[in-house]
Design a protein around this ligand. Structure first.
Ligand SMILES: [Mn+2]
Length: 242
């Protein structure tokens, strides 16, 4: 299997990416309706964390099956993948919003684990302005090419692969360091994972998780053609290189 999924340009409709969903699929549906999202020609890309904390996590399987919906795996998918094989502590999982799945019958836990294990770690989308990368947390290499080649490198040691996955799904290094170096061989990298009051841009890395599942949070969408957000950024929070 491949851990990088490539998409050609959408020449008939619009492409959006949305921040962490965390089981808020009904709210997401309402927002898409308000945007006039047309599933016959528009596409929605998800930065992962489809499940946990919110009310409708079990709908994730239906959404994954939609031909217009394309998600990378987040660290919450990682937990659901690991849980049935005993590689995720139940109390820790429940404390992170996974109680709904801890309580699921085993066949459902396996169904979620399998479905999430089939999700790519990285998505890349061709746009008129250049290639856009999508992943959950961070690109742990100086270039997108180094990262995607390493994801699918059959000769990589298991230990090294684990470290690359771990960083892509869990790391907050770039945002904590306020690192504006960006990913130079991409037009833009779109990530979630770190809930912010408003979307933010670090170099060419766009942070679009505005914590829809949390009180006061909401969904941020980014139009991949224009890199404009919906809702529009009220105050463009952008780090400047020092
Ligand atoms: Mn996350």
């Amino acid at each position: 299997m491949t851990f990088v999924k490539h998409f050609e340009r959408n020449t008939s409709g619009r492409d959006f990416a949305v921040g962490d969903i965390h089981g808020c699929f009904k709210l997401l549906r309402t927002d898409l309706d308000n945007m006039g999202f047309d599933p016959s020609r528009d596409r929605l890309f998800s930065v992962g964390d489809l499940v946990d904390r919110g009310p409708d996590s079990e709908l994730a399987l239906e959404w994954i099956d939609e031909p217009w919906f394309h998600a990378v795996r987040g660290n919450h998918e990682d937990m659901a993948i690991r849980y049935p094989s005993g590689n995720m502590d139940a109390a820790n999982y429940a404390a992170n919003g996974g109680a709904w799945n801890v309580g699921n019958p085993r066949h459902l836990q396996l169904a979620f684990s399998c479905a999430f294990d089939a999700l790519p770690v990285a998505i890349e989308v061709e746009t008129e302005g250049g290639l856009i990368g999508i992943l959950h947390a961070d690109c742990p290499f100086p270039t997108w090419r180094d990262f995607t080649v390493s994801l699918d490198d059959a000769n990589m040691s298991n230990k090294m692969r684990k470290a690359v996955f771990e960083a892509a799904l869990w790391s907050r290094e770039r945002i904590q360091d306020e690192d504006v170096s960006g990913v130079p061989d991409l037009r833009a990298l779109i990530v979630g994972h770190t809930p912010l009051k408003s979307p933010a841009v670090l170099g060419n890395v766009h942070y679009i998780d505005t914590g829809a599942v949390f009180r006061g949070g909401y969904f941020t969408f980014i139009n991949l053609a224009t890199l404009e957000t919906v809702p529009a950024m009220q105050k463009k929070l952008e780090w400047e290189a020092a």
